[in-house]
Design a protein around this ligand. Structure first.
Ligand code: IMP
Length: 193
């Protein structure tokens, strides 16, 4: 029988991307497939904690094994902020433009601009959790560049590149991004599942 695994995201774009990475014989279910329409709480203070919380929610309420991810931008000069609060750095419901403006303001006049995107994925295996991580090192630009991607992409220059994440094609970004690396680590593990 085909093995089933839930991906705890309400983002259909992310779901589709990850679905394509799963091995044959494994059916990835969305939250709507299992009737989960509620917002899943993300109240922990670490990426690992939030990813685990989401996976645990699905496991406990719906009884499925599950994967869940959480990503943050960690800026060294800001002691790791915005980190786990990246989506709402400029306040609840803030959009990418407001978050980015707040980040540039916080680093204004600061020459120390190194930062990293970090993605953590949790896979439940019964009551156990397995963690996967992907990191993209880089620095925060002085001003936004490019129109691709989302979130903080226009102000993030990956190490070894002279352009921002927002100036790369989706394929180029995926090849070096935090999320790409984390999901490829999961994919390698799943191939042996
Ligand atoms: P999530 O955990 O994937 O929902 O990411 C949380 C937040 O981190 C997003 O709302 C974005 O602000 C930011 N973020 C995550 N991944 C990226 C990325 O690849 N580029 C730019 N910003 C990102």
């Amino acid at each position: 029988m085909e093995k089933e695994l839930v991906f705890a995201t309400h983002n259909p774009h992310k779901f589709e991307e990850v679905q394509q990475m799963m091995p044959k014989g494994l059916r990835l279910l969305s939250l709507s497939d299992i009737g989960c329409t509620e917002e899943i709480p993300e109240t922990e203070q670490t990426l690992e904690g939030n990813a685990r919380l989401k996976a645990q929610h699905v496991r406990q309420r719906y009884g499925y094994d599950c994967i869940a991810d959480d990503t943050g931008l960690e800026v060294d000069a800001l002691n790791g902020a915005p980190g786990v609060y990246s989506a709402r750095y400029a306040g609840p419901g803030a959009d990418a433009q407001a978050n980015t403006a707040k980040l540039l303001q916080a680093l204004s006049g600061n020459a120390r601009r190194n930062a990293r995107f970090r993605t953590v994925i949790v896979l439940t295996e019964g009551s156990a959790f397995r963690y996967f991580e992907g990191v993209a090192e880089g620095e925060i630009l002085e001003a936004p560049r490019g129109h691709g991607g989302f979130g903080y992409d226009p102000v993030f220059r990956p190490s070894g590149y002279s352009c921002s994440f927002a100036e790369l094609t989706p394929e180029e970004k995926n090849a070096i991004s935090h999320r790409g690396k984390a999901f490829r680590a999961l994919q390698d593990y799943m191939a042996r599942y």
